[in-house]
Write a protein of this length. Structure first.
Length: 247
Protein backbone atom coordinates (compact mmCIF):
# COMPACT_ATOMS: atom_id res chain seq x y z
CA UNK A 1 0.00 0.00 0.00
CA UNK A 2 1.34 3.41 -1.00
CA UNK A 3 2.26 5.74 1.83
CA UNK A 4 0.53 8.79 0.34
CA UNK A 5 0.81 10.82 3.53
CA UNK A 6 4.52 10.34 3.78
CA UNK A 7 4.23 9.48 7.47
CA UNK A 8 3.91 5.72 7.36
CA UNK A 9 0.11 5.94 7.05
CA UNK A 10 -2.00 5.03 4.02
CA UNK A 11 -4.13 8.10 4.76
CA UNK A 12 -3.31 11.12 2.59
CA UNK A 13 -4.46 14.54 3.79
CA UNK A 14 -5.51 17.55 1.74
CA UNK A 15 -4.51 20.53 3.82
CA UNK A 16 -7.00 22.81 2.08
CA UNK A 17 -10.16 20.79 2.77
CA UNK A 18 -9.13 18.64 5.67
CA UNK A 19 -10.50 15.64 3.76
CA UNK A 20 -8.87 12.32 4.47
CA UNK A 21 -8.20 10.12 1.44
CA UNK A 22 -7.52 6.43 1.81
CA UNK A 23 -4.99 5.48 -0.88
CA UNK A 24 -5.57 1.95 -2.16
CA UNK A 25 -2.70 1.99 -4.64
CA UNK A 26 -2.57 1.98 -8.45
CA UNK A 27 -4.16 5.40 -8.48
CA UNK A 28 -7.41 4.24 -6.83
CA UNK A 29 -8.59 6.28 -3.85
CA UNK A 30 -11.64 6.38 -1.68
CA UNK A 31 -12.41 9.89 -0.45
CA UNK A 32 -14.08 10.08 2.95
CA UNK A 33 -16.33 12.87 1.70
CA UNK A 34 -19.33 12.20 3.92
CA UNK A 35 -17.24 12.30 7.05
CA UNK A 36 -15.44 15.40 5.85
CA UNK A 37 -18.67 17.20 5.06
CA UNK A 38 -20.04 16.34 8.49
CA UNK A 39 -16.93 17.77 10.08
CA UNK A 40 -17.00 20.87 7.88
CA UNK A 41 -20.71 21.66 8.47
CA UNK A 42 -20.92 20.56 12.08
CA UNK A 43 -23.69 18.12 11.23
CA UNK A 44 -24.19 15.42 13.85
CA UNK A 45 -24.68 11.81 12.82
CA UNK A 46 -28.18 10.44 13.29
CA UNK A 47 -28.63 8.94 16.79
CA UNK A 48 -28.63 5.18 17.00
CA UNK A 49 -31.66 3.85 18.89
CA UNK A 50 -31.12 0.96 21.27
CA UNK A 51 -34.90 0.44 21.52
CA UNK A 52 -35.96 -3.15 20.82
CA UNK A 53 -37.75 -3.50 17.46
CA UNK A 54 -40.82 -4.95 19.19
CA UNK A 55 -41.13 -1.80 21.32
CA UNK A 56 -40.82 0.46 18.28
CA UNK A 57 -43.49 -1.54 16.45
CA UNK A 58 -45.86 -1.46 19.46
CA UNK A 59 -45.45 2.31 19.75
CA UNK A 60 -46.21 2.70 16.05
CA UNK A 61 -49.40 0.68 16.53
CA UNK A 62 -50.85 3.33 18.84
CA UNK A 63 -51.94 5.44 15.86
CA UNK A 64 -54.40 2.77 14.70
CA UNK A 65 -55.87 1.81 18.08
CA UNK A 66 -59.56 2.49 18.62
CA UNK A 67 -60.03 0.62 21.92
CA UNK A 68 -57.13 0.77 24.40
CA UNK A 69 -56.15 -2.12 26.65
CA UNK A 70 -58.14 -2.65 29.85
CA UNK A 71 -57.51 -4.86 32.87
CA UNK A 72 -59.12 -8.29 32.86
CA UNK A 73 -57.15 -9.36 35.93
CA UNK A 74 -55.65 -6.52 37.94
CA UNK A 75 -52.66 -7.62 40.03
CA UNK A 76 -52.44 -7.26 43.80
CA UNK A 77 -50.04 -4.57 44.93
CA UNK A 78 -48.96 -5.91 48.30
CA UNK A 79 -45.85 -4.36 49.82
CA UNK A 80 -43.11 -7.02 50.19
CA UNK A 81 -42.56 -7.94 53.83
CA UNK A 82 -38.96 -6.71 53.96
CA UNK A 83 -39.98 -3.39 52.42
CA UNK A 84 -42.86 -3.08 54.89
CA UNK A 85 -40.52 -3.54 57.85
CA UNK A 86 -38.44 -0.64 56.53
CA UNK A 87 -41.46 1.56 55.88
CA UNK A 88 -40.93 1.53 52.11
CA UNK A 89 -43.98 2.31 49.99
CA UNK A 90 -45.10 4.45 47.09
CA UNK A 91 -46.18 4.60 43.49
CA UNK A 92 -44.30 3.19 40.51
CA UNK A 93 -44.74 3.97 36.82
CA UNK A 94 -44.19 1.02 34.46
CA UNK A 95 -44.24 0.94 30.66
CA UNK A 96 -44.27 -2.08 28.38
CA UNK A 97 -45.91 -3.90 25.51
CA UNK A 98 -49.37 -5.38 25.98
CA UNK A 99 -49.49 -8.13 23.37
CA UNK A 100 -52.46 -9.64 21.60
CA UNK A 101 -52.49 -12.30 24.34
CA UNK A 102 -53.14 -9.56 26.93
CA UNK A 103 -49.84 -9.99 28.76
CA UNK A 104 -47.21 -7.32 29.31
CA UNK A 105 -43.65 -7.83 28.10
CA UNK A 106 -40.56 -5.62 27.88
CA UNK A 107 -41.70 -3.92 31.09
CA UNK A 108 -39.46 -1.25 32.58
CA UNK A 109 -39.75 1.28 35.40
CA UNK A 110 -40.38 4.80 34.13
CA UNK A 111 -41.07 6.48 37.49
CA UNK A 112 -39.35 5.01 40.53
CA UNK A 113 -40.66 4.79 44.07
CA UNK A 114 -37.02 5.19 45.18
CA UNK A 115 -37.21 1.70 46.68
CA UNK A 116 -35.60 -1.13 44.72
CA UNK A 117 -37.94 -3.62 46.42
CA UNK A 118 -41.07 -1.69 45.53
CA UNK A 119 -39.89 -1.12 41.95
CA UNK A 120 -39.20 -4.86 41.55
CA UNK A 121 -42.66 -5.67 42.95
CA UNK A 122 -44.19 -3.30 40.39
CA UNK A 123 -42.44 -5.11 37.53
CA UNK A 124 -43.76 -8.42 38.92
CA UNK A 125 -47.26 -6.92 39.08
CA UNK A 126 -47.00 -5.81 35.46
CA UNK A 127 -46.05 -9.32 34.38
CA UNK A 128 -48.91 -10.84 36.41
CA UNK A 129 -51.57 -8.52 35.00
CA UNK A 130 -53.92 -9.75 32.29
CA UNK A 131 -55.39 -7.21 29.87
CA UNK A 132 -58.05 -7.17 27.25
CA UNK A 133 -55.77 -6.34 24.29
CA UNK A 134 -55.96 -3.14 22.32
CA UNK A 135 -58.09 -3.31 19.18
CA UNK A 136 -58.17 -1.36 15.95
CA UNK A 137 -61.22 -0.08 14.09
CA UNK A 138 -61.80 -3.55 12.62
CA UNK A 139 -61.77 -5.17 16.06
CA UNK A 140 -58.44 -6.89 15.47
CA UNK A 141 -56.12 -7.15 18.47
CA UNK A 142 -52.87 -5.21 18.29
CA UNK A 143 -49.76 -5.18 20.43
CA UNK A 144 -49.39 -1.68 21.86
CA UNK A 145 -46.99 0.13 24.15
CA UNK A 146 -48.65 1.55 27.28
CA UNK A 147 -47.84 3.06 30.67
CA UNK A 148 -49.45 2.00 33.95
CA UNK A 149 -49.01 2.98 37.60
CA UNK A 150 -48.99 0.74 40.66
CA UNK A 151 -49.48 2.02 44.19
CA UNK A 152 -47.89 0.05 47.03
CA UNK A 153 -49.41 1.38 50.25
CA UNK A 154 -48.87 -0.17 53.68
CA UNK A 155 -52.19 1.31 54.76
CA UNK A 156 -54.02 0.09 51.63
CA UNK A 157 -55.94 3.33 52.01
CA UNK A 158 -57.19 3.49 48.46
CA UNK A 159 -59.18 0.26 48.52
CA UNK A 160 -60.11 0.10 52.20
CA UNK A 161 -58.68 -3.38 52.79
CA UNK A 162 -56.69 -2.50 55.90
CA UNK A 163 -57.50 1.17 56.49
CA UNK A 164 -58.96 0.49 59.93
CA UNK A 165 -56.12 -1.78 61.06
CA UNK A 166 -53.18 0.38 59.98
CA UNK A 167 -51.20 0.71 63.21
CA UNK A 168 -49.13 3.49 64.64
CA UNK A 169 -45.89 1.51 64.63
CA UNK A 170 -46.08 0.93 60.88
CA UNK A 171 -47.24 4.49 60.32
CA UNK A 172 -44.16 5.89 62.07
CA UNK A 173 -41.84 3.67 60.00
CA UNK A 174 -43.60 4.76 56.83
CA UNK A 175 -43.38 8.45 57.67
CA UNK A 176 -39.71 8.25 58.63
CA UNK A 177 -38.85 6.47 55.37
CA UNK A 178 -40.91 8.98 53.35
CA UNK A 179 -39.21 12.04 54.85
CA UNK A 180 -35.75 10.51 54.38
CA UNK A 181 -36.39 9.30 50.83
CA UNK A 182 -38.36 12.26 49.48
CA UNK A 183 -36.74 15.36 51.05
CA UNK A 184 -37.31 17.17 47.75
CA UNK A 185 -40.77 15.76 47.11
CA UNK A 186 -44.32 15.89 48.50
CA UNK A 187 -44.34 16.51 52.27
CA UNK A 188 -46.89 13.72 52.82
CA UNK A 189 -47.63 10.35 51.25
CA UNK A 190 -51.01 9.29 49.82
CA UNK A 191 -52.35 7.92 53.10
CA UNK A 192 -51.48 11.13 54.91
CA UNK A 193 -53.08 13.20 52.18
CA UNK A 194 -56.24 11.11 52.44
CA UNK A 195 -56.60 11.72 56.18
CA UNK A 196 -55.70 15.37 55.72
CA UNK A 197 -58.47 15.75 53.16
CA UNK A 198 -60.97 14.23 55.58
CA UNK A 199 -60.03 16.74 58.25
CA UNK A 200 -60.11 19.71 55.88
CA UNK A 201 -63.69 19.00 54.76
CA UNK A 202 -64.96 17.68 58.10
CA UNK A 203 -66.21 21.04 59.39
CA UNK A 204 -67.71 22.18 56.11
CA UNK A 205 -66.83 23.15 52.59
CA UNK A 206 -67.12 26.93 52.75
CA UNK A 207 -63.80 28.52 51.68
CA UNK A 208 -63.09 30.07 55.09
CA UNK A 209 -63.65 26.71 56.81
CA UNK A 210 -61.41 24.89 54.35
CA UNK A 211 -58.63 27.43 54.92
CA UNK A 212 -59.01 27.21 58.70
CA UNK A 213 -58.82 23.41 58.74
CA UNK A 214 -55.92 23.33 56.30
CA UNK A 215 -53.98 25.60 58.63
CA UNK A 216 -54.47 23.12 61.51
CA UNK A 217 -52.86 20.18 59.70
CA UNK A 218 -49.23 20.62 60.73
CA UNK A 219 -50.21 20.67 64.40
CA UNK A 220 -52.47 17.64 63.99
CA UNK A 221 -49.69 15.65 62.33
CA UNK A 222 -47.18 16.54 65.03
CA UNK A 223 -49.64 15.47 67.74
CA UNK A 224 -50.51 12.26 65.87
CA UNK A 225 -46.87 11.24 65.62
CA UNK A 226 -46.18 12.12 69.26
CA UNK A 227 -49.13 10.02 70.47
CA UNK A 228 -48.29 7.16 68.09
CA UNK A 229 -44.83 6.82 69.61
CA UNK A 230 -46.42 5.87 72.92
CA UNK A 231 -49.18 3.75 71.32
CA UNK A 232 -47.54 1.67 68.54
CA UNK A 233 -50.47 -0.78 68.39
CA UNK A 234 -53.22 1.85 68.16
CA UNK A 235 -55.04 2.34 64.83
CA UNK A 236 -53.65 5.46 63.18
CA UNK A 237 -57.06 6.80 62.17
CA UNK A 238 -58.25 6.78 65.81
CA UNK A 239 -55.17 8.66 66.98
CA UNK A 240 -55.32 11.10 64.09
CA UNK A 241 -58.96 12.04 64.60
CA UNK A 242 -58.45 12.32 68.34
CA UNK A 243 -55.61 14.74 67.63
CA UNK A 244 -57.84 16.65 65.22
CA UNK A 245 -60.58 17.01 67.84
CA UNK A 246 -58.08 18.33 70.36
CA UNK A 247 -56.75 20.92 67.95
Amino acid sequence: MVDAAGDGSPLARDGGLGIGVLNLGKGRTVAMLLLALALQTGAAPAPVSDEPPAVSAAKANRARIKTPPAYKIEPDTIVPSEAQLLGEHGEVGVAGIVGIDGRMTDARVTASSRSDRIDAAALDAARQAVFEPARDANGAPNAVYISVRFNFDNAASLDGKTFGTYRCGQFLRDQEWWRKTWPDGPPRDKFSNLLSGMVIVSAGTRPEMLRENAGRLDGIWRTTQDWCRSKPDAPVKDVFFAAARQR
